[in-house]
Design a protein around this ligand. Structure first.
Ligand code: SF4
Length: 100
């Protein structure tokens, strides 16, 4: 007999059960700084906002707990626990050549 897949709520509950609750995290509401590079965002701009995010992490009361959790996760394209991603994965803009 085939095993039944969990419903969405059950699945989300299992995912969130492994995610720590980081009290007083200063990144709350600041995804604009922490998120991966956006399509067409110039790399100097990405680097600048990621450096600002890392500076926020340095003063975050949840830094130790966040770093412990992040060490168990795969590398991210976001800033987590003060770690700035070393490479950015994003779609490359398509190149359209005009007919001459
Ligand atoms: S250390 Fe950085 S990523 Fe982690 S909770 Fe604090 S601000 Fe957010």
């Amino acid at each position: 007999m085939k095993e039944r897949e969990p419903d969405l709520i059950t699945l989300l509950g299992k995912i969130l059960a492994d995610t720590p609750r980081l009290e007083n995290a200063v990144c709350l509401g600041r995804s604009d700084l922490f998120d991966p590079a956006r399509d067409y965002e110039p790399m100097p701009a990405v680097s600048h906002r990621h450096q600002l995010a890392a500076a926020l992490c340095a003063g975050c009361p949840a830094l130790v707990q966040c770093g412990t959790w992040a060490a168990t996760e795969r590398p991210s394209a976001s800033v987590i626990a003060g770690r700035v991603p070393t490479s950015q994965r994003r779609r490359r803009p398509s190149v359209h050549k005009e007919a001459s």
